[in-house]
Design a binder for this molecule. Sequence first.
Ligand SMILES: CC(C)(COP(=O)(O)OP(=O)(O)OC[C@H]1O[C@@H](n2cnc3c(N)ncnc32)[C@H](O)[C@@H]1OP(=O)(O)O)[C@@H](O)C(=O)NCCC(=O)NCCS
Length: 352
Amino acid sequence: MIEIQGFDVHTASASEWARYHRYRRVRDEESHPGEPQLGDADFEHSARRPMPFHDAWRFIALDGGELAGNLMLWARRPGTPGSEEFAPHVDVWLGVLRAHRRRGIASRLLQPLLSFMREHGKTLATMNTHLPEGHAFLVATGAVLKHRVVENRMQVDSLDRDMLARWKAQATEGPARSGLRWEVHAGRTPMERLASLMAPFSALFNDIPLGALELPPARYQLEGYADWYGELDRSGGEHFLVLLVDADDELAAMCEAQWDARFPDRLHQRLTGVARAWRGQSLAKGVKAAMLECVRMRHPALQTVVTYNAEVNAPILAINRQLGFAVHRQQGCYQLDVEALAACVGRRDGRR
Ligand SMILES: CC(C)(COP(=O)(O)OP(=O)(O)OC[C@H]1O[C@@H](n2cnc3c(N)ncnc32)[C@H](O)[C@@H]1OP(=O)(O)O)[C@@H](O)C(=O)NCCC(=O)NCCS
């Protein structure tokens, strides 16, 4: 007896939320064993709060009355900057509890996905997985593997401090680099400064290889930072930003990271980028070394740094390897065309 329902985060009762939390705790532990999880209040806050550029939809699967699977969809809100380019796209997350797998629950959850895509004119769904069963399921739907991402982790205790000091010093040494200066923001960066960085950050981000993924170019937006800072204020988090700026005040290199007071032993490394004109001069090593120095001074309890890299991104992988990062998980990024999805749903309906 499998039943699919919408889950409305704004109207769900306390008992419906309690059931949802029981489910997501088991699901998260199955997929990410040993990883810290958000508390119930924080989870509900983050599910309910309006996002600046996206809307989200949730569905649940009940198996004999028990919550056994869920589907989440995110789409760019019409009217937000760049929404026309994102109009065909929907991001999808789908999971089923281990004890309920291979009974067609995920297949049933594809039905609301198909209805959503048709209703909203979406043609391409993007989905990730790091588990063998996730790959098998996605391949069976007709989704195409278009990109691979590695989650790398590094233990701070293993860092070679002399190497870091060398990397940082080298970044501004020698006549070619003498005009470069450091700009470091620990905790927050003033909004006026961030405003001038949105265009160069977007350009650097869009240089990251994305394999065969069909996606519109990313856009950094000040509103996104304002929203994120609101969340950091709420949870006691910090944004770290290390820049190298040239003599003309242009951005030569950047490195940014996020620290969360709820999980104080971790740092999430975000974008590291070097402007094209400055590549091949060890500036990436410099900004990464400066970042680690800055965060460790402010948070001596830091133990682990987490970062995501494209599997084909040889330069950043080589730098991270030298820093002591090792592969923690490998993720496949798939895209599923609405027609392939319709064919898959038709095939599976036919079998029931
Ligand atoms: C991927 C996942 C959602 C599948 O859930 P499920 O309810 O077991 O999937 P279904 O029963 O609907 O399977 C449909 C088809 O997918 C394929 N499939 C699913 N799991 C498989 C596995 N472990 N090995 C091989 N094929 C598999 C099969 O073709 C299956 O059809 P069949 O059972 O008739 O052979 C579940 O394993 C899961 O939650 N994994 C972790 C989260 C994840 O990786 N999600 C990825 C999508 S965003």
